[in-house]
Design a protein around this ligand. Structure first.
Ligand code: NDP
Length: 245
């Protein structure tokens, strides 16, 4: 395991503990007092752009980029991050919400580290010994795309709860919300777990674990927020993982 990957693993418990006490102050949990702010959509674009650029910059300069075991996962990654960087903010419905600059800076730093680590996992010389026809790649790819489908379908349902240019909140309903308050987060966690399985590298596991540690506390805060705001919020919904939690 390289030093930067070890740092990413170290960040996981720190992020989990900090976010259990301090809910990241954006979106429905926004609070004043976090310094300068950016427009919501611009913030998402700035946060996610390094995730598109860093991995592409490193991998595409490397001769191994022509091997399917390298470029196919890169395409998977870019598919997700092009959605998150361009489409997600473009489709987002809100009036003129703002986002704390400090959260944007933290996300940029994380995306640079994570992009660097996963790029180096993809161009690792040992990857040439593997193929996309191996079981771990196929199972990981299935999980990756199932997670992607889950989180974009949940993002879509949430988006449609709101008229354009409004900040109104509603109770999301429909298949993915039947059992959990946060299917978008669950989809994201499944997706990056699939990624870790398909690339079979510490960098992938560091990202999957980080995603879990980052999103679990927010899922708890979101669930509590729904219950406090909507007296008729469905009682049977789990926080994150249906049947478990
Ligand atoms: P949310 O579901 O909280 O918000 C997404 C959008 O939907 C926002 O525009 C929000 O508006 C709006 N929204 C949320 N709930 C409602 C509701 N009940 N009624 C109407 N509109 C609503 O997700 P996040 O902003 O936390 O995250 C966005 C995406 O990014 C998710 O898919 C998540 O999985 C992913 N993500 C991934 C991370 C990782 O570590 N890999 C980290 C963080 C996010 P508003 O902003 O006004 O609240």
């Amino acid at each position: 395991m390289t030093g930067p990957v070890a740092i990413q693993f170290l960040l996981c418990p720190i992020v989990l503990v900090v976010l259990m006490f301090i809910t990241a102050p954006y979106g429905r949990h926004f609070t004043n007092g976090w310094g300068p702010r950016l427009d919501n959509r611009l913030a998402w674009f700035c946060m996610e752009l390094p995730a598109v650029a860093v991995i592409a910059w490193i991998v595409l300069q490397h001769p191994s980029a022509q091997q399917p075991i390298v470029w196919i996962p890169l395409v998977f990654w870019q598919f997700h991050y092009l959605y998150r960087t361009f489409l997600f903010p473009a489709l987002m419905r809100s009036s003129r919400k703002t986002f704390p600059g400090v959260v944007v800076l933290a996300a940029i730093a994380f995306n640079v580290l994570n992009g660097y680590n996963n790029a180096h996992a993809l161009i690792d010389p040992h990857r040439a010994e593997h193929s996309i026809m191996e079981l771990n790649f196929m199972l990981g790819a299935m999980l990756f795309w199932s997670g992607f489908a889950l989180h974009i379908s949940a993002d879509r349902i949430i988006r449609q709860l709101r008229p354009t240019r409004s900040d109104q909140y509603g109770i999301p309903r429909g298949l993915p919300f039947r059992w959990t308050s946060n299917p978008n987060y669950l989809g994201e966690i499944l997706q990056w777990t699939g990624w870790a399985i398909l690339i079979s590298a510490w960098a992938g596991w560091a990202f999957a674990l980080f995603t879990f540690c980052n999103l679990l506390p927010r899922a708890i805060s979101n669930h509590a927020w729904y219950e406090a705001r909507f007296p008729d919020y469905p009682k049977k919904r789990y926080v994150l993982i249906p049947g478990l939690f």
